[in-house]
Design a protein around this ligand. Sequence first.
Ligand code: DC
Length: 212
Amino acid sequence: MIIAIDGPAGAGKGTVARGIALHYNLAHLETGLLYRALASKVLENNVDLDDIDKIAALASTISLDDLKNKHLRSEEIGNLASKVAALPEVRQALLDFQHKFANTPQPGFNGVVLDGRDIGTLVCPQADIKFYITAELEVRAQRRLKELQERGIKSIHTAIIQNMMDRDLRDKSRQQAPLQVAKDAYVIDSSHLSPDDVLKQSITVIERHLKK
Ligand code: DC
């Protein structure tokens, strides 16, 4: 079973992906972490954003181990991830990684769930079930603010909103693999739903599919 989940930052796709993975014993790949891990290496190695060859070379070195870095979830890394993610050379290098993950049986699991921006449209167009999880900008910003506060990071509401708007625009308007709703995706607006409700709705959709 392959489940694809896409959506903008803060919509709750990671949370629902983790819930689905647990419920159905699926291996989970949070693909945003691949772009974040690359952004972190770009920062670490002081690579200029114009040095596309160097960035693409770094992208081809990303491994599952790199995704364990605890510092990947900062706003700074998220913004840089969105910038490097617009480079076609980077997307190609990371596409291979994602294809391998999705198409190789993961020992001990019943299938895979991948979440990101282009999973249903490009990485796994053959996915059994596709979800597009979205939410209003203000709700997504409040969630991000709360998450950062819980991690002890002081943040300013207007800065978070601006970051999200910039990132949404960049992720939706880039030439390659822009964030969009796959034609056959099941859309959930999580603005007024609890994480549990989103998970329940998703499981209902999956169960309906499995009965077919
Ligand atoms: O899901 P996230 O916020 O951790 O992702 C960080 C950035 O990575 C996001 O702004 C765009 C990029 N990304 C992408 O281009 N394609 C994906 N499948 C996942 C993330």
